[in-house]
Design a protein around this ligand. Structure first.
Ligand SMILES: NC(=O)c1ccc[n+]([C@@H]2O[C@H](COP(=O)([O-])OP(=O)(O)OC[C@H]3O[C@@H](n4cnc5c(N)ncnc54)[C@H](OP(=O)(O)O)[C@@H]3O)[C@@H](O)[C@H]2O)c1
Length: 242
């Protein structure tokens, strides 16, 4: 293992897609692809992470709270000296984020916003004390973002989407694990957001991702892939420092 990989958190990508590979419908009300049982599985995975990251597009489209829902899991985290839910993280180029989004208003946990350095002052003025705004220079590189999270003590990062964010983590070979739930529906409209966009992905016929397990959760099927040598089988507490 190189020193470089040790400087980023264990990174788990998680999402639910349609049978034709979409994350959502094309417009209108959001398509909820997961069922109740799978949402509970995602809640358990969240509870085992230090941080949840989503792109600004997901905040604008879904207005997610990104909190651990189950009271028992919240209590367990508090008993371990953690916040009831993980730290929330997002990234933006355009800085068009509303301070009233549930990302910022829900949950008494730290919220971090990564952006271009020239936008820091504007975003701080807009978000006030609701989030810490961090400039990463003239582009927000997801490897630098991951390394910055590690420097802040984050050891287990869950990336929940959307497609543009998932694509970057995969292409940069920053993902240790993929939890991909497949729902028994078709979206059938290429205007809808896909799981991933085009790119030079590390997993090809000569370097296949390793399927660790696949099982039904309600009517969706969870596929769990190990994407790096750092893969850790548990989805519970954070793995030790590597
Ligand atoms: N089914 C699921 O499990 C699931 C999970 C999550 C999301 N979703 C769906 O996914 C869709 C959203 O996906 P999406 O691909 O459109 O959006 P996204 O990946 O959530 O967010 C993209 C946005 O994030 C910011 N961003 C991404 N990379 C950046 C970088 N390197 N530097 C700076 N900013 C960066 C930009 O924000 P700015 O535009 O502000 O610059 C960009 O427009 C929604 O329909 C949502 O419902 C589904």
């Amino acid at each position: 293992m190189t020193a470089r990989t040790a400087e980023r958190p264990y990174t788990l990508l998680s999402c639910c897609i349609s049978l034709d590979g979409y994350l959502d419908g094309p417009a209108g009300p959001r398509w909820v692809l997961s069922g109740a049982a799978d949402l509970d599985r995602v809640d358990a995975t969240r509870a085992g992470c230090d941080t949840i990251l989503v792109g600004a597009g997901t905040i604008r489209r879904d207005d997610p709270r990104l909190l651990v829902r189950d009271e028992g899991r919240r209590r367990d985290r508090l008993a371990r000296g953690l916040d009831a839910s993980p730290i929330k993280v997002t990234l933006t180029r355009r800085a068009e984020l509303s301070p009233d989004a549930a990302f910022f208003t829900a949950g008494d946990v730290p919220k971090l916003v990564y952006c271009l350095t020239p936008l820091v002052a504007q975003l701080r003025a807009r978000l006030g004390s609701r989030a810490e705004v961090i400039g990463l220079g003239d582009r927000v590189d997801v490897r630098r973002l991951s390394e910055d999270l590690h420097a802040r003590g984050i050891r287990r990062l869950m990336v929940e989407g959307g497609g543009r964010v998932l694509t970057q983590f995969l292409i940069a070979d920053l993902a240790d694990e993929l939890q991909l739930a497949v729902a028994p529906v078709f979206v059938g409209d290429s205007r809808a957001p896909r799981f991933v966009g085009d790119g030079d992905f590390p997993w090809r016929p000569d370097r296949r991702a390793r399927l660790v397990e696949a099982y039904p959760v309600g009517d969706v099927v969870l596929h769990r892939y190990a994407l790096s040598a750092r893969f850790v089988a548990t989805c519970g507490p954070a793995p030790p420092d590597q």
